[in-house]
Design a protein around this ligand. Sequence first.
Ligand code: NAD
Length: 416
Amino acid sequence: MKYNPYEQMLSVLDLAAEKLGYTLNDYNALRYPERELTVAVPVEMDDGTLKVFTGYRIQHSSSRGPCKGGIRFHPDVDVDEVRALAAWMTWKCAVVNIPYGGAKGAIQVDPSGLSDRELSRLTRRYTAAILPVLGPERDIPAPDVGTDARIMGWIMDTYSMFKGYAVPGVVTGKPIEIGGSLGRKEATGRGVVIVTDEIAFRSGIPMQKAKIAVQGFGNVGGTAARIFYEKGYTVVAVSDVHTGLYNEKGLNIDEIFKHAEANRTLRGYTGKGTREISNDELLTLNVDILVPAALENQITETIAPKVKAKIIVEGANGPTTTRADEILKEKGVVIVPDILANAGGVVVSYFEWVQNLQAIFWDVHEVNSMLKKIMIRSVDEVCALSKGKDTSLRVSAYMVALDRVVKAKKIRGIFP
Ligand code: NAD
């Protein structure tokens, strides 16, 4: 079954608007992305052939500030996915109250099939193609699935070459040497852990006794698993696109990291008491906390009835389908929505941009303590609304976000 993530986003948005007492007139403009750019990206491959890739940059809203959002390199990405990801960025920045709108970019490509030089040429040509809509005051990309600090460095360099001077604030998640922020790489995973601690505490689940499963072992899932492990928590399962690993007594995440770094896959890891499992098995394990941190639409209506976790913390964007969300709600599972759970990345991206604009560097303690403060304040606000209005955390998070964006839009008015 093909799920349309943009339609799923709209269904929650409409519900949040209804709960806020908004009419369609109040928020109709926010049901449409402000600007969509589709670009053809020709790349000369190492063997001399020319390949043309499709790229996107979609800006959902700039009502509260410059557009902000990652760039995804993935072979299956399509326009509805990028639209949804752009809108989620608007709600995410609003729920944590940082002065940005939302955007997202993507290229339909499997980056693992390209050489370094091909990847650089692809990134630079894509950046040149979307250059008219980029800029530190306009739209600021960051890493997402399939992209990393090195790719952000190439984007910064390409933009700077066109400008004629270094513009570090055009992109976040860059290498530290060219203006990246300490703590940015780990920020999304760290934010996931902060939120998990808070929600588990409020739900009366002691983290020291909790069993945790994490789907996805990349920037978000891998970092979250490592920080859970460093805090002495029991991570019983992790997975990547190839396989899952399970040990009911708890995995040695340090060892698994070393294996993953050396082999670029979790496959083949043979730690004591550990067995391989499928991704579907991971999602339905007998655990207290489940962190889907891979891709969209992983927890479907087929998986949801079998989920045993008491809390789901959405490290990924859109991992739970609308129908699965309803089933889990009926089962009493607490779901911490993506726009809140994985907002740590954009919060530290915001810190990086502020440091770039002011040409200063913060130390990592400053970054992490400010991150914690913002994440906890946001959890407080969403939980208070959820209690007061008797709504799910997802609808409450959308209500907090939508209210902020609608107010900004009303104050600014509709041009002309
Ligand atoms: P990544 O590319 O670093 O890692 C993705 C991980 O998911 C990899 O381990 C990959 O093997 C695994 N994976 C891919 N397809 C899978 C599948 N079908 N089943 C199971 N595992 C699969 O990406 P990331 O940056 O960690 O992003 C993961 C999710 O978090 C995405 O939804 C992304 O939009 C979201 N997110 C990322 C950030 C960030 O700062 N990187 C911020 C907010 C949200």
